[in-house]
Write a protein that binds this ligand. Sequence first.
Ligand SMILES: Nc1nc2c(c(=O)[nH]1)N[C@H]1C(S)=C(S)[C@@H](COP(=O)(O)OP(=O)(O)OC[C@H]3O[C@@H](n4cnc5c(=O)[nH]c(N)nc54)[C@H](O)[C@@H]3O)O[C@H]1N2
Ligand SMILES: Nc1nc2c(c(=O)[nH]1)N[C@H]1C(S)=C(S)[C@@H](COP(=O)(O)OP(=O)(O)OC[C@H]3O[C@@H](n4cnc5c(=O)[nH]c(N)nc54)[C@H](O)[C@@H]3O)O[C@H]1N2
Ligand code: SF4
Ligand SMILES: [Mo]
Length: 741
Amino acid sequence: MSHPATPVPPSDGPARAQCPYCGVGCGLEMKPPGAAAAGGGEAIWTARGDRHHPSSLGQVCVKGATVGETLHRNRLTTPLYRQRTDQPFAPISWDRAFDLLEAQVRRTLAEKGPSGIAMYGSGQFQTEDYYVANKLIKGALGSNNFDANSRLCMSSAVSGYVRSFGSDGPPCCYDDLDQADTVLLIGTNTAECHPVLFQRLLKRKRRQKQDLQIVVVDPRATATSDAADLHLAIRPGTDLALLHGLGHLLLERGGVDRAYVQASTEGFDVLAQLWAAWTPEKVSRFCGIEERQLHQLADRWVASPAVLSLWSMGVNQSVEGTATVAGIINLHLVSGQIGRPGAGPFSLTGQPNAMGGREAGGLARLLPGYRYVTDAGHRAELERHWGLDSGAIAPESGLTVWEQIEAMERDALGLWWVAATNPLVSLPWLDRVRAAVARCPMVVLNEAYAGTETAAISHLVLPSAQWSEKAGVMTNSERRVTHCPAFRAPPGEARADWAIFAELGRRLGFEEQFRYGSSAEVFAEFVAITSGRLCDLSGLSHGFLHEHGPQQWPFPAGTPPGGGAPRLHTSGRFPTASGRARLISEQPMGLGEPPDDDYPLVLTVGRYLEQWHTMTRTAHVERLLRPHAAPLLEVNPVDARTHGLVDAGRAEVVSRRGAVTATVQITERIRQGTVFLPMHWGASQEQACEANRLMHDLGCPISQQPELKAAAVTLKPIAAPSRARLSNSGDHPGLRSDLKS
Ligand SMILES: Nc1nc2c(c(=O)[nH]1)N[C@H]1C(S)=C(S)[C@@H](COP(=O)(O)OP(=O)(O)OC[C@H]3O[C@@H](n4cnc5c(=O)[nH]c(N)nc54)[C@H](O)[C@@H]3O)O[C@H]1N2
Ligand SMILES: Nc1nc2c(c(=O)[nH]1)N[C@H]1C(S)=C(S)[C@@H](COP(=O)(O)OP(=O)(O)OC[C@H]3O[C@@H](n4cnc5c(=O)[nH]c(N)nc54)[C@H](O)[C@@H]3O)O[C@H]1N2
Ligand code: SF4
Ligand SMILES: [Mo]
């Protein structure tokens, strides 16, 4: 069964798809607009939970439930171009857009070679978009400079899994939430960011109070920690020391599974030595918690038949992100808490298809099928599969997104192509990013919505069909793959991202390589190259998924429906050279930019339940804006007094790189010395508060993931604001008028 490239309304009931927001990947049923639309009202599709989706069983959160209201508002409908970014945009034809793009690719290749071209994509791509983008940039153009916003999101989890297990691939599944008896939530505000998983946990907690213990590690009290039996409000950036301290107590209390350590791991002696040094007393001082709390956690861990650890950005977005991921995995390996129901180290992915991106090779050192650009054998396999000359793929890692910014500072890029991400809100050190990008001769943006902050620095904007308007596949956090059909027509001339990449490929002379009739054909070509890899999807196709519903991988050809693997590494053998998992010993270092006398506070930046990242979709839904109409700076009462702040007053938040203003919320819920801002309100919002102007560029040396969770800041009270001062977008004259063009 194949799926047409042009959307058709579903004839057999509602369209079924994976929610296009978070990595939980709930199933949605989408019902067409009713009579109101026929009468000239807004054509709003209604979303509700799909009871047939095995990952969510009919549950949805407020974002999924309102997605239908976001699909048609404020969309781009035609390509836009301007020669210089101080000019207004003018609409152009697709033909002219491709001429411009092709000319700039050829010019850059001639002047700078393939490394002068870079693309920055997104975990909000569908797998087909990812695959064709990688084939174009890494294959046809010979530049490995394809990176994605997943670099900011889960690259530490990827490097952590690879280092410990020998391969990427989260080993757990959502059913483990029903079977664990201790759940450790570390660096994750699951209640707001993975709400349906959290509700599943809560429901169980209500029914079986004693059988499930929830432990939360977060410097703030959150909706997640409100449900916890134990909340460790550690100092930001001290997670690794806490984990080592827990290891120390496991050693003391007989929490080591000697047989498992012996048979399935290597490096225990070195780790045990490291752990021995992290006494409860030392950990308590380092992390700023009571010794008693560490003992409680250790008691719980040792007594639990099944411990499940869940983590996200509080762990990954750190200069020691990869080390901390290893710190979590170490504990599971040493205590044998892995590879069986209810137990394991489970990274929650943020975006709806961050997992698919990993499968399709969507980071600067990856190739499709969990392969590496630095591996000659892997390159040769892809060159053959893609019908390219031997040596077509470059042998060195490409530029990560921050390296792309640095390359623009050196005038080393001739083309920066951004797609399905809004880096002028989400990258750190925004003023530096803005200055770097201004040097690039051509910035191209694939975007679905009008007026984003990144459009304001672009030359060519290509209107993209989004989820609901293009057929494609996404993989959620538990390795479950869902087919998302096209059930609405794209607005105006908008086109699917993969189709835009394929068209450019054909124009550059790669007729054969990019001759796709549909995304189903793209997917078929992709899954064939995953055969025999850990992420084997070769038994899947659009037709199979449509017919049999979502499936978990590994799913080799011939697997029956439902026959995928719920868990990985169940045999105690790992895909390393020795077949053993590696225990990794790393000394805690703390924050990249620790607080000091001038900048005495640590700013951390995260999310609200109702908003999605840079608000291009969620800001258009009244119901989602109501709970948090504006960003709030959370400050502990002691810090508020020290800095002369009053509740609901305005404050300036100042780091070494810039300053923003925000309304103060004084609250005991954040630990002293730490302040919090949401990431959502970029320069285009009326209540703009560009938190990332404050953040630094230091990142994890292994995963290259920036430390987006911490920067040293100080606070200054500001007198009652005039209307004009309410927005800090005034620092960039002209931006707002550009955005409106
Ligand atoms: N509502 C909503 N949901 C989302 C998203 C969204 O934009 N909105 N985005 C999705 C995406 S892409 C992602 S990546 C996920 C992110 O999901 P989460 O990681 O859960 O979200 P954050 O709010 O970024 O950060 C989580 C917590 O880390 C804490 N934290 C800060 N520093 C530290 C530290 O040093 N140690 C520890 N242990 N904790 C620390 C913060 O206080 C915060 O509560 O959410 C996904 N879901
Ligand atoms: N300080 C700080 N910074 C952070 C974080 C943090 O916790 N703290 N979190 C980081 C993380 S984990 C993430 S994931 C990033 C997220 O940051 P971004 O990726 O910049 O945020 P989004 O708003 O999701 O951007 C996606 C863009 O793609 C557009 N879009 C939607 N669908 C499509 C489509 O199908 N095609 C195309 N072409 N465009 C589409 C949307 O309109 C939107 O503009 O932010 C990172 N930045
Ligand atoms: S929990 Fe995530 S995937 Fe599920 S409905 Fe909410 S935003 Fe969508
Ligand atoms: Mo993310």
